[in-house]
Design a protein around this ligand. Structure first.
Ligand code: FAD
Length: 258
């Protein structure tokens, strides 16, 4: 079993894709059945990589329906075209061993959608007596990432939100700590390269002004700190009903105006 980050790091940075030139950075996937648990772009990166490394069967196991999947719609289409099977409205409840320390199957339960939860998406609810076993020998867990808690515990005076992400002013990227600026995923939560780059340019401008002129506006609580603004847009991206979802290009086009 791998986390998606470890799995992708082993494939790309440790060059598992060049096995045997690079020695054994991960299990040989040839002929193996692989499932990724989760429904975002990282999940699809992982399962499509597994396919390229020779996996026999490849599954995406996601507890909500396709309409709620955070992954880009193009990624989902490409994965389907490549033969990856989607077990939507399905949640693993137990991973089963073959008795020799290796994975044999995931015990899964079918789900149905109930009332909306805090995220605005309909909450998945298990269906009674719907359990089944999905035979797999590799599982990749691609569930929510979070901020490193060291940031909050080691940096007094640096305001973070309830999820541990640094609060930064939306236009200057300044934080609650004098001379400290923040941008990218550590402010917005998991987002995109283009959002991180845009915020970094704003931060660079502010840092330049701070270093050359000592300009550092006092924190202005009347304007939103950025921790949630971009991320909220991103979270809503891809979760609308299928026909209303933006394409990747449309999303990036709108991102330029942030
Ligand atoms: C699997 C996966 C696929 C993705 N695919 C896409 C995609 O297709 N398109 C897209 O736009 N976005 C994609 N993203 C999101 C994108 O990678 C991030 O939004 C973006 O990299 C955020 O940039 P960042 O600079 O804020 O953070 P990062 O890119 O994470 O950079 C932070 C850097 O800080 C370093 N660091 C951390 N702690 C310390 C420390 N204490 N001291 C020194 N250095 C430190 C880290 O090593 C890292 O290099 C993907 C993300 C993942 C995980």
């Amino acid at each position: 079993m791998y986390s998606a980050n470890e799995f992708l790091t082993r494939i790309n940075l440790m060059k598992a894709y060049q096995f045997p030139k690079y020695d054994e950075p991960m299990l040989d996937l040839h002929g193996k059945d692989v499932a990724v648990i989760g429904g975002d772009n990282t999940a699809l990166d992982a399962i499509r990589s597994a396919l390229r490394l020779g996996a026999r069967k490849t599954y995406v196991v996601y507890r909500r329906s396709e309409a709620e999947m955070p992954a880009r719609i193009e990624e989902v289409h490409h994965a389907q075209q490549e033969g990856i099977e989607f077990h939507m409205l399905t949640n693993p409840v137990e991973f089963l061993s073959d008795g020799k320390g290796w994975l044999r199957a995931a015990r899964c339960v079918r789900m149905e959608l109930g009332e909306p939860d805090a995220s605005g998406r309909r909450r998945p609810v298990p269906i009674a007596s719907s359990e089944f076993e999905l035979p797999i020998s590799v599982a990749v867990i691609a569930l929510r990432t979070s901020a490193n808690p060291i940031v909050q515990s080691t940096t007094p005076g640096l305001a973070t939100d309830k999820r541990g992400y640094i609060q930064a002013h939306a236009s200057s990227q300044r934080t609650s700590r004098r001379g400290v600026f923040a941008s990218g995923d550590i402010v917005t939560g998991s987002a995109t390269v283009i959002l991180a780059m845009g915020a970094r340019r704003r931060a660079a401008k502010s840092i330049h002004e701070y270093l050359t002129n000592g300009v550092r506006e006092a924190p202005d609580n009347s304007q939103s700190m950025e921790s949630d603004r971009s991320a909220d847009r991103l979270r809503s991206f891809g979760r609308k009903k299928r026909g209303l979802r933006m394409t990747h290009a449309q999303f990036f086009a709108t991102s330029f105006s942030l």
